[in-house]
Design a protein. Sequence first.
Length: 265
Amino acid sequence: MLTVEDICFSYHDKPVLKNVDLQVKKGEIIGILGPNGCGKTTLLKLLNRNLHPDSGRVLMMGTDLEDISKRRIARHIAVVPQSNEIRFAFSVRDIVSMGRMPFLDRFQGESSEDTHIVEEAMEKTNIMEFADRLINTMSGGERQRVIIARALAQRPGIILLDEPTLHLDINHQFEVLDLVNRLSKEEDLTVVIVSHDLPMVVKFCDRIVLIHNNKVFAMGTPEEVLTTENMRAVFNIEAVLEYDETLRSNSVKILGSCRTVRERS
C-alpha cells in the first residue's frame, strides 16, 4: 500500500528524519511510537504529501506521491489530525460530508450515492443520532468520532491518525481505539497510528515502528520491538511487555523512569 524509501527530512537545516525505510501493509494496524520531537508526526505528514522529503520517496501502490495529485491521494488516504477543534458551527452531517469533497467536481452538489456514503459512515461510528447537532456543542470523544466518520466518508484504503487519544478522557481513549480497531477489521482498512502512549497503543497494533534519534530504532511485532532494553533506551523508562490473561492481549507495565527505579532500589 505505502512504501517509504530512504526518506530524509529537515526543518530549516535541522535533521528530523534520516534514512527512514518502511512498508505499510494492507489491512494492518501499525503504530509509529517514540518520544516527543522524534519525528513521528513529520513522518505521518510525509505519508500523504503534506510535507515533501529532502531526499528519498514515498510510494503509493508503486507510484511516487510527488507524481500524484493531492485530490487523488485523498481518495486513498484519509487523515485524523491531532486536534479535533473546529471553530465554526457546522453540523455533524456537514463535517462528515466534507469527506466526499475529493470526489466532487467544482460546484457539484452531493449525489444520492454521496449521501448514502455519509450516512453509512455516521452509522458505523455510532453518531447518526447527532447528525443535526452542531460540532462545537459536542464532547472531545464525540468530536473525535465525527472526524473519524469524515475520514471513512472518503472511502480510503488507509487512515492516518496523529495522537488520536491525546486530549481525551481515559474512557474515550479506549472507545476511539476500539472503534478504529473494529473498523480496520470490518473494512480491511490499513491504519497508521502515531503515538507516545505505550500502554494504550500496544493493545491494538499488529506492528510497531520505534523512532529514536530521527531514525528507525526498531521495527516488528510488539514483542520484538517493546523489549525492556528498547524502552529504556528510547523512553528512559523501566518497563516490561507482558501478556495480560484478563485482557487477553499484550500490556506494557511501566515501573517508572530509569532514575526513579534506580533510586528506589
